[in-house]
Write a new protein. Structure first.
Length: 412
């Protein structure tokens, strides 16, 4: 991972059960060539040993601001703030988030954060009710106002036995996010100057006031594309259907519900240089009843109508030089069906995935994607994190932008 090689990273570890993941995070960062300085809150040492993290990082772990000796090293938080390329707090507990938001300086972690001149990435991890509490959300908003990056926690089983948002993302995903942040630390990132439009998530087509037609899309792939594109310097607009995800700092987000609303939102961004349609737009809608449909008999027959084909409309209206990327979710004849979609909708690139692949498609933090380009070439990206897949797709987009291949299929 080139973005991490020879980079200086401060890893702040605060006192939560997810602190055990910090050992693997240090290992991955070191393996990628980064120099890692671990700083811990005193409570973090109750969950994982400083000896473990010090051994993996090959550096003394720092905890207290004031050392036992008087050798002047109490100013180390200042020198660290100058040394670091990024400061990452993972896990960030509710307590540490509150301290960062209000300028507390009672440990090496909080002191280094105050003194840091580099980007700061905060990875919240706590129980669901603590995370959604208004005070925690307000503190996270404050950090975003300061310019901190927030990597949202995942949804799943928590240490309390409950299920909800609050799980620390896996170390591999955090590593990918750090690489993305460092890859765009300067305004001359490789996508700087480009406007990128990304769609994500499902759409909801109402049947009546309480029911709707939808699909299993979580929006994670589209959100990863938006986050990585933004981190690489692009001006990003994310049009999202109903999902429970936080968009990355710097991404302009437009929330929609129906396919028709998504069509309108996409049409209003017709100056985009790159369009990546990762949303799983419902293919059919119906005229919704204004009252709840009551059970009557064994069968209910709905008359369905096609929703607008947003991707096909974009292909017909594309501007010279605009790059258009689509997604094809297929359960059989994957490549054949995707090739047909690529040509009929006049795409430059199509990403093919299958919900039956292990670790792929809906709801996962990983995906298995094959890319088909206009010349028919197929590239299997394998099963990787969605952040990593996003980066590879954007690499191909960058190449398309710099190539001399004209947009649009030749006329028959």
């Amino acid at each position: 991972m080139a973005a991490l090689a020879n980079r200086n990273i401060i890893l702040g570890v605060s006192g939560g059960i997810a602190a055990y993941k910090s050992a693997e995070l240090v290992r991955l960062l070191k393996k990628a060539g980064a120099d890692v300085q671990v700083v811990m809150t005193p409570n973090a040492t109750r969950f994982i040993s400083p000896l473990t993290l010090g051994t993996l990082s090959e550096r003394e772990v720092l905890i207290d601001i004031f050392p036992e000796n008087e050798d002047g090293s109490w100013t180390r938080h200042i020198s660290l703030g100058v040394w670091a390329d990024i400061l990452v707090v993972a896990p960030a507990t509710a307590q540490t988030i509150a301290k960062l938001a209000h300028g507390f300086c009672d440990s090496m972690l909080t002191a280094a954060a105050l003194a840091a001149r580099c980007p700061l990435l905060v990875c919240p991890a706590m129980d669901h009710d603590m995370f959604v509490h208004p005070s925690t959300q307000a503190n996270l908003e404050t950090l975003e106002d300061y310019g901190y990056r927030i990597m949202p926690p995942e949804h799943g089983e928590l240490a309390s036995g409950l299920v909800g948002h609050g799980r620390l993302p896996e170390p591999a995903a955090i590593t990918e996010r750090i690489a993305a942040e460092l890859g765009s630390a300067t305004p001359d990132g490789d996508l700087a100057g480009l406007k990128v439009l990304v769609t994500a998530g499902p759409t909801h087509e109402s049947i009546d006031p309480v029911r709707y037609i939808t699909n299993h899309s979580s929006g994670k792939m589209g959100f990863a594309l938006a986050a990585v594109a933004c981190a690489r310097g692009a001006d990003v607009v994310l049009v999202s259907g109903p999902v429970s995800l936080e968009s990355a700092q710097g991404v302009r987000r437009v929330d929609v519900t129906t396919a028709e609303e998504m069509r309108a939102a996409v049409s209003s961004q017709d100056d985009a240089d790159v369009v990546i349609m990762a949303a799983a737009v419902a293919d059919y809608t119906t005229t919704a009843s204004t009252t709840k449909i009551k059970k009557a008999g064994d069968d209910l027959i709905l008359e369905l109508q096609r929703t607008p084909d947003i991707l096909a409309e974009l292909g017909k209206a594309r501007r010279p030089g605009q790059v258009l990327v689509g997604f094809a979710l297929e359960t059989d004849n994957d490549l054949e069906n995707a090739r047909g979609k690529l040509e009929s909708k006049d795409l430059d690139l199509i990403a093919v995935n299958n919900p039956n692949d292990e670790g792929g498609a809906f709801g996962h933090d990983t995906n298995r994607v094959r890319l088909i380009s206009r010349d028919g070439a197929v590239e299997d990206l394998g099963t990787q994190s969605k952040d990593r897949i996003a980066g590879l797709i954007l690499d191909r987009v960058r190449s398309l932008r710099s190539s001399s291949i004209p947009s649009g299929f030749p006329s028959p």
